[in-house]
Design a binder for this molecule. Structure first.
Ligand code: 4FV
Length: 252
């Protein structure tokens, strides 16, 4: 998969792209990343990319020309590799990012992520992007962190990115549910014992326990995710067990 990122702070992306799952995916050639700086499409010696808003008001707005020229450069680069990479503008006005959207993006050959700064970008650029995506209802100082969130989430779905494919498979099974509790050594910590089933070696029982825990934490913290979910028969059975057990106690 090809990622193009348009940003006046490319070093933020470059730094993060040298670490973790995302960094390894680039090293392994599972994905490629190209950075585009709108300042390289300015003509004045201050490389101006922002200006005061028409109509007055606080802050600055990113100008049309440098952004459109940079979008054209990114499109040309993608096309040179035979890739169609729709432009996604990261903005609080966008559609909320979720796992379903991440999986949809992970099927694509490429994406161009447009990162705004200041108060935002000129509306005549917004009209020319393919989609707008928000990572959450809060205002950040730039689109770079949201772009990294999007790329990291997608990278996890690309074959070969997660150490062993088992975790990708399991991750997809529990898609849409909150995670189950994780334990590691020591077996007893602060008089708290690791749930017996996890040291039983009975992998079917472990899978069942983990699904039950994921359902429990989802019901307690995000019941909206459960109501939106088409429950498997086993999930329905486990939920009724949880209700019968009064949901309170962590089940062993
Ligand atoms: C944002 C978000 C976000 C708004 C103005 C950048 C900032 C500044 N992007 N999800 N939440 N963007 O806050 O995607 O230019």
């Amino acid at each position: 998969m090809w990622f193009g990122v348009i940003s006046i702070m490319t070093e933020m992306i470059a730094t993060a792209s040298r670490t973790g799952v995302f960094g390894r995916a680039i090293e392994q050639g599972i994905l490629s990343l190209e950075l585009f700086d709108p300042r390289s499409h300015t003509t004045d010696r201050h490389q101006t990319v922002d200006d005061r808003p028409y109509g007055g008001g606080p802050g600055m707005v990113m100008m049309t020309e440098p952004l459109l020229a940079t979008m054209a450069e990114a499109r040309t680069r993608a096309a040179a590799q035979g890739i169609e990479a729709p432009v996604i503008y990261l903005s609080p006005q966008g559609a909320r990012l979720d796992q379903k959207m991440v999986k949809e993006f992970a099927e694509m050959p490429g994406l161009t992520l447009l990162c705004g700064r200041y108060e935002g970008i000129d509306e005549r650029v917004v009209e020319r992007v393919d989609r707008m995506v928000s990572v959450g209802d809060y205002v950040l100082s730039g689109g770079e962190l949201p772009a990294l969130v999007v790329m990291d989430a997608i990278a996890r779905h690309l074959p070969g990115t997660l150490g062993n494919s088992a975790s990708a498979v399991e991750e997809s099974h529990l898609d849409g549910l909150l995670d189950y509790p994780h334990y590691t050594r020591p077996e007893t910590a602060g008089a708290r014992q690791v749930p017996e089933v996890l040291t039983s070696g009975d992998h079917a029982a472990i899978r069942r326990w983990r699904l039950k825990q994921a359902l429990r934490s989802t019901w307690l913290a995000r019941p909206d995710l459960l109501t939106a979910r088409v429950l498997e028969p086993l999930e329905r059975e486990l939920l009724s067990e949880l209700f019968a057990e009064g949901l309170a106690a962590e089940v062993d």
